[in-house]
Design a protein around this ligand. Structure first.
Ligand code: PEP
Ligand code: MN
Length: 337
C-alpha cells in the first residue's frame, strides 16, 4: 500500500509511519517529492491490517496497490525510472544500444568486435562467459577467463559491460567484472537468484522467460525490487509459439503493454527474438518504433564460425547499417541514439 503524507506533515509524523511499517515486518519505501512525502509499505500487507494508518498524524490518505506486483508498478511510481550505468542512462530520451558477441570466445575477437560496435554507436558491450546451452555438450562459455577478458575490454574501450549470471554462487565473482547482471530467459523464474540479486545494488537486465507472460515477467522483477534493488531493465527477447520460421516470436505488443504497467525501462533483443540475421535490423527498427528504450544485439565478425548463435549474429558492417536505420526511427519519434 501507499501512504500519502500531508504537505505539512512533520518529520516525526513521517518517522512514526516508517517505524510502524518496519515494526510490522514490512519494508518502507520513501519518496520525498517537492510537495509531499509518499511512503510505500512493501511486504505482506496483512501485517498492517489492524493498524489505523489513516488516523496517524500527518497522514493524508492510504491507497491500496491493486496490481500483484507493487514496487515495479506504475501505480506505485508514475515517472519512468532512469537507470544509470557508468555515465549511460537507460529509460530516458536516448535509445541505448548494447552489442557484442553471444559468447566471449577469446581476447582478440572480443576487443575487435567491441571496438567496431562502439564506433558504430553501441554504448554497452555484451558478452557471455557462462552460457546456458540447451545441450550440455555445447560450448559452455569461457567462465572466469572470459570475465577477465570482458573486464579488459571494458577498460580498454571505456564501455560498460553486461554478462549473464546463472547461479547464486557466482554473484560475488561476476559482480567484480560486470556493470550489469544479465538474468537470462531460462532463469527468469529462478527465484533464489532473483532474491539474491535484489540484495545487490548493481543494475539487472531481466530477460523474459521462454514461455513467460508479461505478468510473470513483472512478478519476477518484483522479486528483485522487493529486496531493495529497483535498478531493473526488462528485456523482451521473444517467446515460444507454434511458429517455426523464426526461433521465437518477438512479442512487440509487450513493449507498450509493459510501459503502461511498469515504470521500469524495457529493451528488446531482436537476435534471440528472431534467430535470423536477415530480419534482426527490421525488428530492431520496429522495437524502437514501438517505444523500446534500447536493444541488445549479437555481433560476430565470422558468424559462420561463432561458438554460439552464429545464425542470428550480425556482422559489424550489418550492425553499423542497422544503427543508422534505428537512428532514423528514433529521430522520427522524438528520441535520439
Ligand atoms: C544470450 O543473451 O546470449 C541468451 C542466452 O539470451 P536468452 O537468455 O534470452 O536466451
Ligand atoms: Mn545468444
Amino acid at each position: 500500500m501507499i501512504i500519502v503524507m500531508k504537505p505539512d506533515a512533520a518529520k516525526k509524523d513521517v518517522e512514526h509511519v516508517i517505524k510502524t511499517i518496519r515494526d510490522m515486518k514490512l519494508r518502507p519505501h520513501i519518496s520525498r517529492g517537492k510537495e509531499r512525502t509518499i511512503i510505500g509499505a512493501i511486504g505482506d500487507e496483512r501485517n498492517l491490517a489492524n493498524i489505523p494508518l489513516t488516523t496517524f498524524a500527518g497522514v493524508e490518505k492510504v491507497l491500496p496497490i491493486l496490481s500483484p506486483y507493487k514496487v515495479v508498478s506504475r501505480e506505485f511510481k508514475k515517472e519512468n525510472t532512469l537507470i544509470r550505468i557508468n555515465g549511460e542512462t537507460i529509460g530516458g530520451k536516448r535509445v541505448v544500444i548494447m552489442a557484442g558477441p553471444c559468447s566471449i570466445e577469446g581476447r582478440d575477437m572480443l576487443l575487435s568486435i567491441g571496438k567496431k560496435v562502439k564506433s558504430a554507436g553501441a554504448s554497452i558491450l555484451r558478452g557471455g562467459a557462462f552460457k546456458p546451452r540447451t545441450s550440455p555438450y555445447s560450448f559452455q562459455g569461457m567462465g572466469k577467463e572470459g570475465l577477465e577478458l570482458l573486464k579488459e575490454a571494458k577498460h580498454l574501450l571505456h564501455m560498460p559491460v553486461v554478462t549473464e549470471i546463472m547461479d547464486t554462487r557466482d554473484i560475488d565473482l561476476i559482480a567484480d567484472y560486470t556493470d550489469l547482471f544479465q538474468v537470462g530467459a531460462r532463469n527468469m523464474q529462478n527465484f533464489s537468484l532473483l532474491k539474491e540479486l535484489g540484495s545487490t545494488n548493481k543494475p539487472i537486465l531481466l530477460k523474459r522467460g521462454l514461455s513467460a507472460t508479461i505478468k510473470e515477467l513483472l512478478m519476477s522483477a518484483e522479486y528483485i525490487a522487493s529486496k531493495g534493488n529497483e535498478k531493473i531493465i526488462l528485456c523482451e527477447r521473444g517467446i515460444r509459439t507454434f511458429e517455426t520460421e523464426t526461433r521465437n516470436t518477438l512479442d512487440l505488443n509487450a513493449i507498450p503493454v509493459i510501459k503502461k504497467l511498469t515504470h521500469l525501462p524495457v529493451i528488446v533483443d531482436p537476435s534471440h527474438g528472431t534467430g535470423r540475421r536477415d530480419i534482426v535490423a527490421t525488428m530492431s527498427m520496429a522495437a524502437i518504433a514501438a517505444g523500446a528504450d534500447g536493444i541488445i544485439v549479437e555481433v560476430h565478425e565470422h558468424p559462420d564460425k561463432a561458438l554460439s548463435d552464429g545464425e542470428q549474429s550480425l556482422t559489424p558492417d550489418e550492425f553499423k547499417q542497422m544503427v543508422k536505420a534505428i537512428g532514423r526511427i528514433a529521430h522520427a519519434i522524438g528520441r535520439t541514439i
